[in-house]
Design a protein around this ligand. Sequence first.
Ligand SMILES: Nc1nc2c(ncn2[C@@H]2O[C@H](COP(=O)(O)OP(=O)(O)OP(=O)(O)O)[C@@H](O)[C@H]2O)c(=O)[nH]1
Ligand SMILES: [Mg+2]
Length: 361
Amino acid sequence: MDIGWVVALALVLAGILGVALALRARRRVAPSPAAVPARPSATGRALPRFGCASRRLAERLDAVFAGGSGDLDRVFPELEEALVAADVGVRTAAELVGRVRTRVGHRAEAAEVRRALRDEIVATLGGDGLPVPAARPWVTLVLGVNGVGKTTTVGKLAALHAAAGRRVVLVAADTFRAAAIDQLAIWAERAGADLVRQGAGASPAAVVFDGVKASLARGADVVLVDTAGRLHTRTNLMEELRKVERVVAREIPGAPHEVLLVIDATTGQNAILQARTFAEALPVTGVILTKLDGTARGGVAIAVRREIDRPIRYVGIGEAIDDLRPFDARQFADALLGSTSGAGSSPESGGFRLTSGSQAH
Ligand SMILES: Nc1nc2c(ncn2[C@@H]2O[C@H](COP(=O)(O)OP(=O)(O)OP(=O)(O)O)[C@@H](O)[C@H]2O)c(=O)[nH]1
Ligand SMILES: [Mg+2]
């Protein structure tokens, strides 16, 4: 073989090897998925990213109203189906559509139906607002099955309270594994909060006892208790959480002031079961819906509210410290359905009158 060809071949091989090595090295130094993401998120984000998951419902509604037959008897079942597909739940979807049906009667513009649905969703979700810490310390227990975002949410809540000028103590009552305690320690540092912790495997109730005592001694304004979603022993999780709740109630009359159940919005209908199980075992006062920035279809908020009749307090829309928003039923309904203003002006979304077949007779 010609020496020139050999040299050229060697150069090409060396190039390929170089690129491969460079790619490998890059992969090695790429940040590993951190337990506590430090990425600051875009500020001022309301529920925009939630829109990407909810768009599907909005689009389905457009399709339902674009049928063109103008037949309400066709629209209502399709509406119900679209809501079920958005995780609203079979029973709640049927109830919602039933109420919309009663409201609009036999003749309605598509835009009217859409608006009625939006209003019924807002009414179901309620406009409870957030309780202002009225006691000192204001104690909040954060509960939920593993992986839903409890620790992250505790960190975000700590930051919100700290920003309001409150002295915050975090209690690491998830003693299931050491990493969970370290994860909370990072959040405490980031939010400028104190941390009360013991070693992995310690009794959650004992850590909470320490936490409450320390908070009283330090004159804390807010105590946030991060709990486990699972346990080392076969001890029933609910039993352990009830013990934690009893310790808090015994040491601070009137506490816990909030018992917040964290639910991962991407878990769909399983969320309803979780909500029911926790609400039956503990005095849950509110819900935090996380991961609405992901593939969640959002309707789960309505299903959970309907199921356990507890207000949604906050929604999580990302992994960063400022990715927690107070829940706003109106904003949420708009994000879920797409804007209702202007519906009816476009030929696709409602430029025709819908009538019920039964009305014709
Ligand atoms: N995209 C997104 N990710 C979230 C959100 N909230 C939490 N996460 C992520 O969900 C994963 C689990 O969060 P954790 O806070 O550790 O959940 P946990 O409930 O404390 O989990 P355990 O302690 O194992 O029970 C982490 O990767 C978080 O960054 C959210 O609102 N959006
Ligand atoms: Mg955790």
